[in-house]
Design a protein around this ligand. Sequence first.
Ligand SMILES: NC(=O)c1ccc[n+]([C@@H]2O[C@H](COP(=O)([O-])OP(=O)(O)OC[C@H]3O[C@@H](n4cnc5c(N)ncnc54)[C@H](OP(=O)(O)O)[C@@H]3O)[C@@H](O)[C@H]2O)c1
Length: 234
Amino acid sequence: MAEQKTLLVIGGTSGIGLEIAKRAAARGDEVILSSRETDRAIAMAAGIGSSASGIGIDCAYPDRIAECVADVGHVDHLVLAAIERDQNSVKDFHVGRAVYLSTLKLVGYIETIHALLPKLTSEASIVLFGGLAKDRPYPGSTTVSTINGGVTGMVHTLAVELSPIRVNAVHPGIVGDSPFWSGKPAEVLEGYRSRTPTGQLATMADVADAVEFLLRNPAMNGVNLNVDGGWLLT
Ligand SMILES: NC(=O)c1ccc[n+]([C@@H]2O[C@H](COP(=O)([O-])OP(=O)(O)OC[C@H]3O[C@@H](n4cnc5c(N)ncnc54)[C@H](OP(=O)(O)O)[C@@H]3O)[C@@H](O)[C@H]2O)c1
């Protein structure tokens, strides 16, 4: 049986972050999950079990993050999954939305790690979430494609700067059972599935499994891992 760890999931109230939190709690890990709303985080954590707790963090307001994590104890595993997607294009560019999302991921993720540094153990590991919109843009993905590309560089610099703490990222393709995609029209999902060599879209469980591998395997460091069933090859 794996040693018990303390896992903090930023953006742990929905989708893949929630899946990761649930699986860790079921394994016996201590879990802290975050939401922009403290009450929501506490309620979602209560639903997971007595080893889970919730905190409020809004990554789009990096100046406030340090005080939000002040009461967190030591952290072995840190997952940054937070996202608030925008629809944006260069031809119809909304600066406010772009600044919000860019700040959330590119500044908020780093500031969260910075604020947590005294709490991270020397054997700690971090997984950041990017996504394959960085390589395969879709209409309206201008900001999403850009920030996901930024996560690749973030992994490289942080893995060097934070040594011996390990830093990796997952870049999912279309996660068919995630809340964002599962409600889309069947023909949209089928279009993506039919172009995936495995004949299956990645699931939230598939992505959580990849995250657990990156968190626990001591040789994984500085890696940007695609989790897409080979979608990018077609
Ligand atoms: N789903 C996919 O197919 C897919 C594909 C590629 C990449 N990804 C990446 O995978 C990660 C998880 O995606 P998902 O679809 O599972 O997410 P999701 O269901 O949309 O959940 C997003 C989470 O982020 C939190 N959040 C939103 N705005 C925030 C902010 N300003 N500060 C802090 N937390 C915030 C939300 O919590 P509250 O609402 O409670 O605040 C929620 O827990 C994301 O980073 C996404 O880019 C997903």
